[in-house]
Design a protein around this ligand. Structure first.
Ligand SMILES: [Zn+2]
Length: 430
């Protein structure tokens, strides 16, 4: 079987040699076929033959989202369009989308890597998989779809539907694994509770969740409410889609697919590599992509390398869950804060996954931070006292842990609900 775990157990030296050979061939291909990269190399006096070790990769300037956007739609394709068999776009929230293409071989590798992620999350050919990602231009649904078929599992391509319909399918079709964003899984779980359905009456065993940052507390909440084992996975359209990294059942970080990608973590401000184990921005170079190879792509996602061996036996390194986006990093009154820190406090006080938005404003030259927090109908409707207590509790905790005065505005339930899409956590109108 090609998704055999053996493929993820390579001797480090052997792996480095493979990565170097694949890097050299990628560099030659982009230099030959992608005018953007040829210009970058020529302008910086980089010799495509001058890559004798993996460390030489630091000679190459980073590729940014803006570079990708400026080459809309096909400017960065490294093969003629007749060799491209699939087109997707990235789920960019602003401006032009980024168009990505796949050759036949790209699709084959993508399918294999997703099959690996599914297998490490506990999925086998006996599973019935409900895919609750939007089928369309985005990569999530199609990536998982083909990976699951490769394993031989039964795939139900539900796409995004209202949670009640998802639940009906979970019940009637005897779904054993759910694939979605974590926030959508939680919405399904909460709807299940509202409908008075016992989760033990479902057949669900596994949940593979990704496409947005989530916390350990949120994992516990989903696992308890749905009675499943939930794992995290990571991918992005600019690199491939899902399948770039995934947690095994140890749930101690996401194994990265090092035979097909080269991973670095840098300080987003100095652009230098961070020390081992420190949090920084994930940078990825594709090593085998044919249609849309990228060199040192700045993902904007914050994580860290996890050192040591994993008990599952895979030797590929692990990264921690994505902690947020570099552009979500809030710099306010000289302090650096991540939404995930605020989220953890809200979760603890409310005892459940908070739904919230952070609004940054400038008032008479002073930066103000306001948390718009969704609350239950009961608290919202009449109980002034509960509302006041909740507000002062959150204010105190955030002031003491983050050293920052904040405003809180309570809003009605499901104000930010976006049908399984990503919720924008930070609105900066300064
Ligand atoms: Zn593992």
């Amino acid at each position: 079987m090609i998704w055999d775990i053996q493929k993820e157990c390579m001797d480090r030296e052997e792996l480095s040699q493979l990565q170097l050979e694949r890097l050299q061939s990628t560099i030659h291909r982009v230099y030959r076929n992608v005018p953007f990269y040829r210009r970058v190399f020529d302008k910086n006096g980089i010799d495509p033959d001058g890559f004798g070790s993996l460390e030489d990769i630091s000679k190459i300037p980073f590729t940014t989202k803006a570079d990708l956007r400026e080459n809309y739609p096909y400017g960065l394709f490294a093969v003629p369009l007749r060799e491209v068999v699939r087109i997707h776009t990235s789920s960019g929230t602003t401006g032009m989308p980024i168009v990505v293409g796949y050759t036949k071989n790209d699709l084959k590798i993508w399918t294999e890597l997703v099959a690996r992620v599914l297998t490490s999350g506990g999925i086998t050919k006996d599973d019935v998989i409900q895919i609750a990602f939007n089928y369309g231009l985005f990569t999530g649904a199609f990536g998982f779809h083909y990976g699951a078929e490769k394993i031989g599992a039964s795939v139900i391509p539900v796409s995004i539907e209202n949670p009640k319909k998802q639940i009906k399918i979970l019940q009637d079709y005897k779904t054993t694994a759910l694939i979605s964003t974590p926030s959508y899984a939680l919405l399904i779980a909460n709807t299940l509770i509202e409908m008075g359905i016992n989760p033990n009456s479902l057949y669900l065993k596994f949940g593979l969740f990704g496409a947005e940052p989530w916390s350990e507390r949120m994992r516990q909440e989903i696992e308890e409410k749905l009675k499943i084992t939930a794992t995290d996975n990571y991918g992005l359209s600019e690199i491939m889609g899902p399948g770039v990294a995934g947690e095994c059942l140890q749930k101690k970080g996401l194994h990265i697919q090092e035979d097909h990608f080269y991973f670095e973590i840098i300080d987003p401000q100095t652009l230098q590599p961070v020390k081992e184990g420190e949090v920084g921005e994930l940078v990825i170079t594709t090593l085998t992509k044919e249609a849309f190879p990228v060199l040192r792509f700045r993902t904007g996602d914050l994580t860290r390398f996890i050192s040591g061996e994993c008990a599952c036996g895979r030797t590929f390194r692990r990264i921690d869950r994505i902690m947020g986006r570099t552009d979500d990093m809030i710099i306010i009154r000289g302090l650096k804060i991540f939404p995930s820190q605020i989220e953890a406090i809200l979760h603890e006080i409310q005892g459940r996954q908070p739904n919230y938005q952070i609004v940054l404003e400038r008032n008479e030259g002073i930066d103000q931070i306001t948390i718009m927090l969704e609350i239950t109908e009961e608290i919202f409707s009449d109980m002034m006292k509960e509302q006041t207590q909740l507000i002062s509790k959150i204010k105190e905790r955030i002031a003491s842990e983050l050293g920052l005065p904040i405003n809180i505005k309570l809003v009605e339930k499901r104000s930010f609900e976006k049908r399984g899409e990503k919720i924008k956590r930070v609105i900066d109108i300064r």
